[in-house]
Design a protein around this ligand. Sequence first.
Ligand code: HEC
Ligand code: HEC
Ligand code: HEC
Ligand code: HEC
Length: 139
Amino acid sequence: MYRKRSVVALLMAAFSFFLMTRAGRAEQPAAPPDILILKGCPLGGVMFPHKAHAETHAGNRCETCHHPSRPEKPSTAPQQACRSCHVKPPQPPMKTGTQAAFHNPSATSGTCIDCHLKMNATGKKAPTLCMQCHKKENG
Ligand code: HEC
Ligand code: HEC
Ligand code: HEC
Ligand code: HEC
């Protein structure tokens, strides 16, 4: 009787370990497509060349855009989609909504704009005007 119960316990432990490792793997995000289309803004979707940004513009420093987990809403995966947490309107205790995660209302600062302004000061042509990023043709 005792033996039988410990075999059952062992099987249960093995099964939950199996479930845990499977869940762990499912949380690893797949590499995103080279070009992402971020839809959701009434002004139009934004075509975002992720690969060029990650590898060239940010020199593989993913944390330039993907910040570390924060206590108000901890991450469930590294480099989780911004818009899975930054929604409109922001859900308390979070206060940073969708737009503010990317730029301020006048697009003069923020995650996407700070670097663009800095790059443009060195002669690059990164977009800073609303319609250079938000385009109806992108949906
Ligand atoms: C210039 C900013 C920027 C940099 C640098 C960057 N990313 Fe991203 N990444 C984004 C944005 C924006 C998205 C789309 C988020 C969304 O859909 O809400 C994204 C999406 C992703 C996704 C898909 C997430 C999902 O679940 O849909 C993965 C994975 C990812 N990035 C990995 C990386 C890795 C790895 C690096 C570094 C090598 C990196 N990123 C560097 C901005 C960046
Ligand atoms: C797992 C949830 C989560 C994901 C994914 C996430 N964030 Fe955040 N973010 C937070 C939390 C929590 C805060 C701090 C509370 C607040 O400002 O609402 C924050 C704050 C910010 C802020 C405000 C400035 C600061 O650092 O406090 C910006 C800008 C921002 N995030 C941009 C992004 C971008 C861009 C992405 C995707 C590349 C992203 N976040 C992905 C949860 C997340
Ligand atoms: C680390 C610096 C940096 C960050 C952060 C950054 N960018 Fe860029 N971005 C660049 C540079 C550099 C260029 C290219 C300028 C050129 O081609 O001369 C560019 C170009 C672009 C272009 C034009 C692409 C094309 O093919 O015409 C878009 C759209 C864009 N960025 C969107 C974004 C968005 C959206 C974000 C925020 C999620 C972002 N960028 C964050 C540096 C950055
Ligand atoms: C460098 C590219 C870039 C520029 C320039 C830019 N945006 Fe954005 N904006 C984004 C990205 C990326 C997002 C997040 C994806 C989305 O919601 O379309 C966003 C989100 C938004 C949102 C939130 C949409 C939502 O889903 O809640 C609004 C509103 C917005 N932008 C308005 C503007 C206005 C107005 C301007 C000009 C003053 C502007 N944007 C300039 C890239 C840009």
